[in-house]
Write a protein that binds this ligand. Sequence first.
Ligand code: B1M
Length: 222
Amino acid sequence: MEELTRRIGECIERGKVNRPSPYPKEMQGQDGSDELTRQALDAGVGPEEILQACNDGMKRIGDRFSRNEVFVPELLMAAKAMNAVMAHLKPYFQTGTVKAKGKLVIGTVAGDLHDIGKNLVAMVVEGNGWEVIDLGVDVKPAKFLDAIKQNAGCAVGLSALLTTTMANMGKTIQEIKSQFPTTRVIVGGAPLTQKAADQMGADGYAPNPQRAVALLNEIAQR
Ligand code: B1M
C-alpha cells in the first residue's frame, strides 16, 4: 500500500497522468496517477493518505521550480496528474447530506490561475453539506459581487497562491465589505497567514479545507 502511495506522489512530481500519456518519456508505458489512484482505493488506501502523497509530490515539484530545475510546463503536467487523482477522490468527499447548511461562493482571486487547492476546498466543503458556487480562477471583484447578489446570505471563500495576488484578495474583501457588510469572507492559500487575513479584514483564515469547513459551520450558527 505504501508503495502505491509513493508511486502516486512520484507521478504528481513527474507529471505522469496515465498509462497512454507519452510524458515523461522515461515513464512511458507505466501506470500514471489515474490508474494508481484507482488501484490504491481498491486496495483500501484512504483518500486522505492519497491526498497527502499528492501534496508531498506537489511540494517536491514546487521546490524544484524554486531552484530553476523545472519550469512552468512541468508544473502544468503535475497539475494535470493531480486533477486525475481528484476525479477519483471526489465521490469520497460527498456525504449526501440532504439540506444544504448554507451557500459558499468560492473563487481564486484576480490575476491568479492556481485552482487545485481551491477545488479541493470546494469539494470538501460541498461534502460537508454546503452548496458551493465555484466562480473559477482569476475572478475579478465584480464577479464576486454579482454572485453575492444572486445568492443572498452566502459566505465567500477566496483563494490565492501568489504573494502578488494577495493584494487583489485585500481589494476584493474591501469591495465586498463596502457593498455587503454582513457577508462573511474566509480566505486561504499557501502564502496566507492569520495575520495577513486579519490585516485584509477577512472574517476567517483557513490553512486547509477542514478548517474552512469548521469556520463555515461557525458562521452558519451565528
Ligand atoms: Co505556480 N507557483 N505559478 N503554478 N505553483 C507556486 C504557487 C509557487 C510557490 C512555486 C514556487 O516558486 N516554489 C510560486 C509562487 C511564489 C510566490 O508567489 N511566492 C508559483 C509561481 C511563481 C507561478 C508562476 C508565476 C510561474 C510563472 O509563470 N513564471 C505562474 C503564475 C500563474 C498565475 O496564477 N497567474 C504559475 C503557474 C502555475 C501553473 C499554472 C503551471 C500550476 C497551477 C495549475 C493549477 O492550479 N491548475 C502551478 C503549480 C501547480 C504550482 C505549485 C507547484 C503547486 C500548487 C498546488 O496546486 N499545490 C506551487 C508550489 C507549491 O505549492 N509547492 C506553485 C497543491 C494544493 C493542494 O495546495 O494550493 O496550497 P494549495 O492549497 C491548499 C491550502 O493552501 C489551502 O487548502 C489547500 C489544500 O490543503 N487552501 C485554502 C487553498 N485555497 C484555500 C481557500 C480557503 C481555505 C484553504 O478558503 C477559501
